[in-house]
Ligand binder design. Sequence first.
Ligand code: PLP
Length: 414
Amino acid sequence: MQKNEKTAENGEGREGKKLPKASEYMARTEQAVLHTYNRFPVVLEKGQGVYLEDVEGKRYLDFGAGIAVFALGYGNEEYNEALKSQVDKLIHTSNLYYHAPLMEAAEKLVKASGLSRVFFTNSGTEAIEGALKAARKYAYNKDGRTDHEIIAMEHSFHGRSIGALSVTGNAHYQEAFKPLMGGVKFARFNDLESVKAQVTDRTCAIILETVQGEGGIYPAEPEFLKGVKQLCQEKDILLILDEIQCGMGRTGSYFAWQQYGVEPDIMTCAKALGCGVPVGAFVLGEKAAASSLVPGDHGTTYGGNPLACAAVSRVFDLFEKERIIDHVRQLTPYLEQTLDALVEKYEFLSARRGMGFMQGLVVTGRPVGEIVGKALENGLIVLSAGSDVLRFVPPLVITKEDIDEMARRLEKSF
Ligand SMILES: *Cc1c(COP(=O)(O)O)cnc(C)c1O
């Protein structure tokens, strides 16, 4: 779809200041930025609460949150203040030194997860890379072999770097970039037998999203996740749970696995972890932390710098203060009912799937991208996932009224 044809007629900001037209921003961007995204024809400028505003002053109700990132909503004063004051103090140190924000952010992430040790990265993809390395090192320490295998899931998404792409179960994303990392086998999500069939004496890790996001919003079935965990325990295989999208309160607990009672050996986290500041983390349980990465094995220049950690630290404070997770739990039934009512009402909506504020509607017989585009015209941001799913991952601070308004704007777009 060609999405950059829109021509804005006004060249005036609301204060009467002369601004470039949206069409000019888009054209100039396309001239300078490598075209790896088909962007929607909107130039966003600012946000307040759960609304975004473009350069022409049009407002959008945001049920995408920058892809499950902006959990606290836009313009949270305490969050913004934490960043501003850190900017004035110290933005970066490298990892050769200690600083207070690192201690605070790591302690809070350890507390929220109940796991043991944190390594901060700059993105989700890098968190996956670190998790894979930690798992290989753990196995290496055990048997000294260098031919360990990792089992990943079909329709998974873990990122686009070579390592993360290697465990991403999407042939289309992988094809042109082969050869990828070796020793990766794929199993079917929610099919324990297919996982068991891939296990060998060289398997060092099983990696999966607790709730598959990009693949189409598929929560793990409790029996499946418990079965995988048991398999891992029996064979001393590390369980890596990717909580990059489903973590940080989105499903009604800090991390989705906490609702299953299945603790990972390694967890990856990003997206809402910094609520907009680029930061990720992989977090090790005691077993993996005791025997895996040591000085010299892994590093990053920026990862966990004072600015990123000040964001993470304040995000946890605000989650507690604003009781974000309780709010998600309380409002989830209403969001689910609202979406279920749409499934009842419209022929082309065949099902709803999801957990908490991570929901998908399955669209049949209509391109989902068309609905996403129409919704945008009607001032509503929703996302797609997989080939046929409308994805809802709003800021975690939405209200009942926002859900009603979302439904109104969405129906208008059908
Ligand atoms: C977004 C995502 C990633 C990649 O994170 P980036 O920050 O884009 O590198 C990995 N895993 C899951 C489940 C994701 O949703």
